[in-house]
Design a protein around this ligand. Structure first.
Ligand code: AMP
Length: 885
């Protein structure tokens, strides 16, 4: 082979082939331009159509390939090369491009547009005519590598015409424009030459385009991915990291993959517009004044919530307007509000000259309360008022007139300013005992002297007695105790109210105000009877000097307690110690000076009522049960008169002694109800024993004596059903839903209608419609006095007919036989009798009535109940099984 000649090829070398013109009409050129527009993922390294001047290509031999100087519709030159030596033997015509830089691409593509004449259409020459040509390349770092030998070129492919391409009708001839694309790679040098070899065909090479492919710069998921040249390998995916756009932050590192075809694939991760910016059209736009975005994860800028504003762009939160506030813990989406007013104010100690008050921090104080402002004035004297400021939730208003009504209002101040004043609370100072104020000192002095003498005598007696068992505070006469233990102020009957131990700055002061200190040596612990929240509960004996020995229950505070646990533990004593009623558990005293710290109460032989009733199922007369209920109601009346709301009234918190006297207990200070296993957290965060609690207390913590009445109704139900669990195994959520929808527990078995009616009254939705405890006591008294009124029972059939849907939560089908069912409820002894009397299937058993049971010889009331209750449970779909009101 000859080397390719040096010297540039220009102009027309050789003559056009006879009978056929290669001049392409302008029409063809225009069509080509539109056809050849390259996609954005392709980057041209050479496009012969766009080169204005000399292409610098070389033809060898000179009479082989020749350039036809054409112009397009804009008169721009088109470089078209043609060769048509079809009549001559042994053709070897080379057309060599100039050096093409690969611009860093390691795989390049060559697109050829050409026409190739069909040899059949040529007159003669068929013997030498060819219909293909060859394409070669040669890599080189610079332009000096052109004068190499033909055999140093590497063949890319033999190119043949492909008829599937555009056909252009040129009058009487059909000329086919072919497009062929070939790729080459991996390339290792900076550039290359291409060469086209003709071996005797009739070709017009209309255009040569050389390009590489890239994945074009793109923004996806708020990350910018740069132009990326595809890999050398046709199946290679290049992993590319994205860069977060302005004002955005990485959520998860953004990545995409660039395919060999120049397509972005498989996006991973993303960026998010940072706080104060929101996404719009793949960019992060600033939040306008009046809008904010608190976190990158918020989707867009939001308008400032009510009573807040921002004057700045890119705000991440809004400022509260003057006098409005938001807690630090509140989310920035929360509206700013003013502090909420103080709502619950309780009177504490009242003397003839002073009134002590306590109140609870507002539910939503909207920030740290800096202080309270208490405004008060004598009733009807509003013009002349006094203001006291306090950081505590208690105050004592002094220098008041005896026997006069005063009006109090309280408001809280936070950093946002003052909240609204509470409603007016009216309290009255104690009247003076003596007829005239001048003489009023005399009886007090007399009383004081008398008390002083008594106290002295007691102290001397105590010292002389060698300090044996006894209270460390000598308190003999209850009246005297009251006088002395309320700072010397005479406390009149009727004004006694419960004082929340929380109102004492020092809880130890409260416990010693209301509970007697007992010498530990006076107590003998005998055995453990239960487990309390703070430690074991034991039974034992208390022997105080000069008194007979008493059986007592001793609650202990476990070792390793915290100061708060000690305070809460003794808090119960501070509460209990204020009560004195036969149906309230009686506090004997406390041991605080020795360890373990103890609370000593009267001993209740039968323990808690729910367990006791379950143990003695069906064993009591209705009158006995009503007697228990009467006791509980009486204790509750006393508590409500004292202004004490129990909040956890339930049979488990009633203790019963050997005389079946029931007493209310469980006065935990950490109410609500950390220690009650029945208490569940509500959506509002508090812990509430749902099944025992009135709707309004569950919904918005409206705990009142009226909500205690609701709980009392549940206790009635527990008692009359011998410790059955209210609402059985329904979930708390279902209980709330059913009760809200108006359903109520059905009557317990054999329950006097009057008692069930009373229960329903206690469960009135409107709390004001519920009976008061004194009315309940009177009603029960009436029933006890007139036992025949208890004879009318809730009709068993009406009970059942009130059940809306009959379906079994346990499912009669879950018992395969009558025997299995009776065994499961521990009534297996009756299996034979049931079978003998035709109750051999669960379907038959479902029809059993209490009369049937009696006829079968099931005479024990407890057993009758057990069987009927089990049948009831199987029949009743629990939610719908309750009574709709
Ligand atoms: P408490 O911590 O009050 O719930 O008491 C736990 C358990 O100890 C109760 O359920 C009773 O079984 C028992 N208990 C508490 N106080 C007494 C008492 N005064 N007399 C008898 N048993 C009591």
């Amino acid at each position: 082979m000859e080397p390719l000649g040096g010297g540039g090829w220009t102009g027309h070398a050789g003559a056009p082939a006879p009978g056929w013109t290669y001049l392409l009409p302008l029409l063809l050129c225009a069509a080509l331009r539109s056809l050849l527009a390259s996609p954005s993922s392709e980057v041209n390294l050479l496009d012969s159509r766009t080169v204005m001047g000399d292409l610098g290509w070389i033809a060898y031999p000179k009479n082989g390939w020749e350039e036809i100087g054409e112009v397009d519709e804009n008169y721009a030159p088109i470089h078209t090369y043609q060769v048509c030596k079809v009549m001559e033997q042994n053709q070897n015509n080379w057309l060599l491009t100039s050096w093409i830089s690969n611009e860093g691409a390691s795989r390049i593509f060559i697109e050829l547009k050409f026409t190739l004449r069909d040899c059949n259409s040529l007159p003669g020459g068929l013997g030498t005519c060819k219909e293909t040509f060859n394409m070669y390349y040669f890599e080189s770092d610079d332009e000096d590598g052109r004068n190499i030998k033909e055999n140093q070129y590497i063949k890319i492919d033999t190119i043949a015409a492909d008829e599937s391409f555009t056909e252009l009708d040129l009058g009487d001839r059909v000329m086919k424009l072919n497009t062929e694309v070939r790729d080459v790679g991996p390339l290792t040098k900076k550039g290359f030459y291409l060469a086209f070899q003709d071996v005797g065909a009739c070709i017009a090479l209309v255009s040569v385009r050389v390009y590489y492919k890239k994945c074009p710069s793109v923004i996806r998921n708020l990350a910018r991915f740069p132009d990326t040249i595809t890999g050398a390998d046709s199946s290679q995916l290049l992993e590319v990291s994205g860069i977060c756009v302005d004002h955005s932050v990485t959520d998860e590192a953004p990545k995409m993959h660039c395919s060999a075809e120049g397509e972005w694939l498989v996006p991973i991760g993303k960026c998010l517009c940072k706080a104060g910016y929101e996404e719009k059209n793949n960019t992060c736009q600033v939040c306008r004044p009046g809008f904010f975005k608190a976190s990158p994860h918020s989707p867009s800028c939001s308008k400032c919530p009510p009573h807040s504003y921002t004057l700045d762009e890119a705000s991440t939160s809004c400022l509260c307007e003057e006098h409005y506030f938001r807690k630090e813990s509140d989310p920035p989406t929360m509206a700013c509000t003013t502090p909420s007013p103080v709502s619950s104010v309780k009177k504490g100690k009242i003397t003839k000259n002073s009134i002590s008050l306590s109140w609870q921090e507002p539910d939503r104080p909207n920030g740290i309360i800096l202080e309270y402002e208490i405004k008060y004035f004598e009733k009807d004297q509003e013009m002349s008022y006094t203001i006291i400021k306090s950081k505590e939730t208690t105050i004592t208003a002094d220098s008041l007139k005896p026997g006069s009504a005063y009006v109090f209002q309280i408001r809280a101040r936070t950093a946002a300013g003052y909240g609204g004043f509470s409603r007016r609370f009216e309290f009255e100072t104690s009247p003076v005992l003596a007829a005239s104020s001048d003489q009023s000192q005399i009886p007090i002095i007399v009383v004081s002297v008398t008390v002083g003498v008594i106290l002295l005598a007691v102290v001397i007696g105590f010292l002389l007695s060698g300090r044996r068992c006894g209270y460390s505070k000598a308190k003999q006469d209850p009246e005297e105790e009251k006088m002395h233990f309320h700072n010397g102020h005479i406390k009149l009957p009727g004004v006694r109210t419960y004082i929340d131990p929380h109102t004492y700055e020092d809880p130890n002061q409260a416990v010693h105000e209301f509970a007697k200190e007992i010498e530990a040596s006076c107590i003998t612990i005998e055995r453990v009877i239960g487990a309390g929240e703070f430690g074991e509960v034991c039974s034992g004996r208390l022997k105080l000097q000069g008194k007979r020995e008493l059986p007592v229950a001793i609650k202990t505070l476990k070792v390793g307690y915290t100061e708060k646990q000690r305070r809460d533990f003794l808090g119960e004593a501070s509460i209990m110690g204020q009560f004195d009623h036969p149906n309230i558990i009686h506090l004997e005293g406390v041991v605080t000076k020795n360890k373990p710290v103890m609370i000593v109460t009267e001993y209740m032989e039968n323990g808690s009522l729910d367990t006791f009733l379950k143990k003695n199922d069906g064993q009591f007369t209705v009158i006995q049960l009503v007697g228990m209920l009467r006791g509980i109601a009486s204790g509750m009346k006393y508590l409500s008169d004292m202004g004490y709301v129990h909040r956890d009234l339930a049979a488990r918190n009633i203790l019963i002694n050997s005389n079946l006297v029931c007493k209310v207990s469980d006065f935990g200070l950490s109410r609500v109800l950390e220690d009650d296993p029945e208490a569940a957290y509500t959506t509002r965060g508090g812990k509430i024993p749902i099944r025992w609690t009135a709707l309004e207390a569950i919904a918005f913590r409206k705990f009142t004596s009226a909500s205690d009445v609701w709980s009392y109704g549940i206790v009635m139900w527990e008692v009359m059903s011998y410790g059955e669990r209210p609402y059985w195994e329904m979930t708390n959520q279902d209980v709330i839903k059913a009760v809200e929808e108006g359903y109520r527990l059905p009557s317990p078995m054999d329950c006097p209608a009057a008692l069930y009616q009373l229960m329903l009254d206690c469960w009135q939705k409107d709390r004001n419609s519920r009976p008061k405890f004194d009315e309940i006591v009177s009603m029960l008294d009436k029933l006890i006095r007139n036992p025949s009124s208890l004879k009318t029972l809730v009709n068993a059939s009406s009970r059942v007919s009130n059940l809306l849907v009959e379906h079994s939560p346990v499912g009669s089908s879950t018992y395969r036989s009558v025997g299995e069912w009776l065994e499961a409820i521990k009534m297996g002894r009756y299996t034979e009798i049931f079978m003998e009397n035709g109750y051999s299937s669960m379907d038959a058993v479902a029809q059993v009535t209490i009369e049937d049971l009696r006829r079968l010889g099931v005479t024990l009331v407890g057993h009758q109940k057990k069987i009927m209750n089990s049948l009831q449970e199987m029949k009743v779909q629990l939610v719908n099984g309750m009574m709709p009101l």
